[in-house]
Design a binder for this molecule. Structure first.
Ligand code: F0G
Length: 406
């Protein structure tokens, strides 16, 4: 049996109900997979031999009609051992899971391959989301592949040009709202009910199902061991929720022994979860006007806050905030030491690790995975600004020599 359950009041729903929130109390829904039937399926070793990808773990995913699967070959992203950066930080075992290697350049593709497949299975007529950029780019691509009309709502003037270009090129109707992401998501949630559009933000439980496969891949890449700590940037807090769900499912099935500590990193100007964690509070105070260079996580009222605080508690993890300056420095450092180019929001995980090490909160021997959630080419404006000028010369060897000598 597989069903959906409300995280607030516990109400049960059929896996094939077209809803994204509890009808009774309004809280979020979560997919519940029956452990026994899953155990039977995965006891066969055959699946372990498949190459890593989201659909390697199809037994864990709530899609029943394989002809409805919409895929662009997502997942299977590299886990880099970063020795130079580890040395610079004074630790021994640092890995970066490069989710920018997904088809549209971010981790969102894991959620969208499952979410849009489910949309086809449910027979919905159109898909919809609010987004700081990556969700819209990813949904637009998967909707195009599925042949579904797609509408995306983005905060006007606050989305990176690369992400906007993707959504437009994939053929989505792009609507910019004069307000921030929190306003856009509130509108999208209301409009999806009123107009009957299928919402594919991270309040959609099938998005979380797809995204949990990144946790499976990390364990797979560690030879079915686990790192001690996984650090990831947090905006709406769907991804940290998804990773933890993934680790917990593996633990329940005896595939891993000890799930890692989960660490969420927010930008200082948009850090309600980090603030709640520091204050030992079990609720957040939304930030009314969130501001940060990391536009992907410029979110003041994360819808998954309750689940995120729970993840921190259950995993004995932590949340912290980093400044824009720390984010830009970390972005440059990863590119210049390890050749991995990530967007500012993703660099929050690296900046967060640096801070934890400096504060003495990390043991030098720990195995640590930082999740790089999105590709650096998504936000070229921020990069050009951060890296300074280009040297222009006359077309002569002498001019070139002068520059090289200088
Ligand atoms: N990193 C990147 C690159 C993102 O695009 C996002 C979220 C996050 C981290 C945070 O993930 O929200 O699950 O905590 N981007 C969303 C979007 C909000 O609309 O693209 P989260």
């Amino acid at each position: 049996m597989i069903s959906m359950q409300c995280i607030g009041c516990g109400a049960e729903y059929s896996i094939n109900d077209v809803i994204c929130g509890c009808d009774k109390c309004g809280d979020l829904l979560e997919v519940r997979i029956d452990e026994e039937s899953l155990r039977e399926k995965i006891e066969k070793e055959e699946w372990k031999l498949r190459p890593i990808s989201v659909w390697k773990y199809k037994e864990f995913l709530p899609i029943f009609d394989e002809t409805k699967i919409v895929t662009l070959n997502e997942g299977g992203t590299p886990l880099y051992k970063c020795e130079k950066l580890a040395k610079e930080f004074g630790i021994k075992n640092l890995y970066v899971k490069n989710e920018g290697a997904n088809p549209t350049g971010s981790f969102k593709d894991r959620g969208m391959t499952v979410g849009v497949s489910k949309a086809l299975e449910l027979g919905v007529k159109a898909v919809f989301c609010a987004s700081t950029g990556n969700t819209s780019a990813s949904l637009a691509a998967y909707a195009a592949k599925a042949g579904l009309p797609c509408i995306v709502l983005v905060p006007a003037g606050k989305i990176a040009i690369g992400k906007l270009a993707q959504a437009m090129m994939y053929g989505a109707v792009v609507v910019a709202v004069k307000g921030n992401f929190d306003v856009a998501l509130q509108m999208a949630t209301e409009a999806s009910k009123k107009i009957g559009l299928y919402l594919l933000n991270s309040i959609n439980p099938f998005r979380i199902e797809g995204q949990k496969t990144a946790a499976f891949e990390i364990c797979d890449q560690f030879g079915w061991q686990t790192p001690d700590r996984v650090i990831l940037p947090v905006g709406n807090a769907g991804n940290i929720t998804a990773y933890w769900k993934g680790f917990k499912e593996l633990k329940a099935l005896g595939l891993i022994e000890k799930p890692p500590k989960m660490v969420g990193v927010q930008a200082a100007g948009a850090s309600p979860i980090a603030k709640a964690f520091a204050a030992h509070s079990d609720t957040i105070e939304p930030v009314e006007n969130p501001e940060t260079i990391a536009t992907a996580i410029r979110i003041g009222n994360p819808v998954n806050w309750k689940r995120a605080l729970n993840v921190l508690k259950e995993s004995n993890g932590a949340a912290l905030a980093v400044t824009d300056d720390e984010i830009v420095k970390a972005q440059k450092l990863l590119a210049r030491r390890e050749g991995i180019f990530i967007e500012p929001a993703s660099a929050a995980s690296i900046a967060g690790l640096k801070k934890l090490v400096e504060n003495g909160e990390v043991n030098v021997d720990e195995a640590i995975v930082c999740v790089a959630t999105g590709h650096g080419l998504k936000e070229p404006e921020a990069v050009v600004k951060a890296c300074g000028g280009i040297i222009e010369i006359d077309p002569s060897i002498e001019a070139l020599e002068r520059v090289i000598k200088a």
